[in-house]
Ligand binder design. Structure first.
Ligand code: SF4
Ligand code: SF4
Length: 118
């Protein structure tokens, strides 16, 4: 695994979350190897994203016009803005840069390096 399994389809990041490390299964693990059943997943983004073989919705050609992801990201609340920022960051900089930025986060979202430093 190159770490992208820890990026939620919606842009939430599981990797550094304590609950994830202890008890939570996270967004993706198990679906890719078949030990969890995607048909039983409740999240529409996850179902769609993994069915299409995308890493995140930000990697999908329909991202900007997709009602499923856009209505999720446009919920009121700070975290949704941060998930949107995550997907936009991935679209611009790629997964590796996102994972590097997320290395020291302590929750599902966090800060990014300055725009002009790579
Ligand atoms: S909301 Fe859906 S896509 Fe986002 S982390 Fe949870 S299960 Fe994954
Ligand atoms: S952006 Fe929409 S169509 Fe694309 S994978 Fe996500 S939910 Fe599916």
């Amino acid at each position: 695994m190159n770490g992208t399994e820890e990026i939620g389809c919606c842009g939430a990041y599981c990797g550094t979350c304590r609950e994830y490390q202890k008890t939570c299964k996270g967004c993706k693990p198990g679906y890719l190897d078949g030990s969890r059943d995607l048909c039983r997943a409740k999240c529409r983004m996850k179902k769609c994203c993994l069915t299409r073989g995308r890493v995140t919705c930000g990697d999908c050609v329909e991202y900007e016009s997709c009602e499923i992801i856009q209505s999720f990201l446009n919920h009121p609340g700070y975290k949704y803005g941060k998930y949107k920022q995550a997907l936009e960051y991935i679209r611009t900089h790629g997964h590796a840069a996102f994972l590097k930025a997320a290395e020291h986060w302590t929750s599902a979202y966090g800060k990014y390096p300055e725009q002009n430093s790579k």
